[in-house]
Design a protein around this ligand. Structure first.
Ligand SMILES: Cc1cc2nc3c(=O)[nH]c(=O)nc-3n(C[C@H](O)[C@H](O)[C@H](O)COP(=O)(O)O)c2cc1C
Length: 187
């Protein structure tokens, strides 16, 4: 368990922020991966992305190829949901956030410097993600000239935590509007 029913809401908030920061730093932490949900044209769209940074301003950062479908979806509807699950600790974290896309600006350049040579190829494919191809190898062809790198920034409006426990589940919601004060909810 990460949280217990006797923890104060402030203690839960501090532990949560700490765990999210660890998630961004430790590749083995379950919060390293999150499910990003966006509004597709016909269906809600979900996919896994890597949490690259959780900033002191509570912003969640991820990287993507700016030609991917998710970028178009976020440009059309910037309201997203993020989902984290810590299976060992039985904790679910749901986030409602607003997305901004950073291409070739200061933030994108700063993060591009952190991407290793090997990993850079992932953003240098000739064809955009989701393009239909005749065989997998065509999808790995890269052009070293051009990178299609972007940073997705998710600024949270609310963060909800659910801790499962035998003695009783604990559910609490933190809102930007209330200065991130916690409100207990029926699980
Ligand atoms: C473990 C895992 C981590 C992933 N991390 C990322 C990521 O950080 N950024 C990304 O754009 N796609 C990532 N993907 C791929 C996405 O889940 C998705 O398939 C791809 O980005 C296309 O999504 P879209 O068509 O909705 O844009 C990851 C997939 C897996 C399985």
């Amino acid at each position: 368990m990460l949280f217990t029913a006797t923890d104060t809401s402030t203690a839960i908030w501090q532990t949560l922020l700490h765990e999210l920061q660890r998630g961004a730093l430790d590749p083995k932490h379950p919060f390293r991966y999150l499910t990003l949900a966006s509004s597709g044209k016909q269906f809600p769209q979900v996919r896994t992305v890597v949490l690259r940074q959780f900033t002191a301003d509570l912003e969640f950062l991820a990287y993507t190829d700016f030609r991917s479908s998710k970028v178009q979806e976020l440009l059309e509807v910037p309201r997203v949901s993020l989902l984290f699950y810590h299976s060992k600790k039985q904790v679910q974290v749901r986030v409602k956030a607003l997305a901004t896309i950073h291409v070739a600006d200061e933030l994108a350049q700063e993060h591009w410097k952190r991407v290793s040579e090997k990993r850079r190829a992932e953003y240098q494919n000739k064809l955009g993600p989701g393009t239909r191809i005749e065989r997998p190898a065509i999808g790995w062809e890269s052009s070293s000239e051009l990178a299609h790198f972007s940073v997705l920034k998710f600024s949270p409006l609310s963060i909800e935590v659910l801790q499962l426990a035998r003695e009783g589940h604990v559910r609490i919601q933190f809102d930007l509007a209330s200065g991130w004060q916690g409100a207990w909810l029926v699980p």
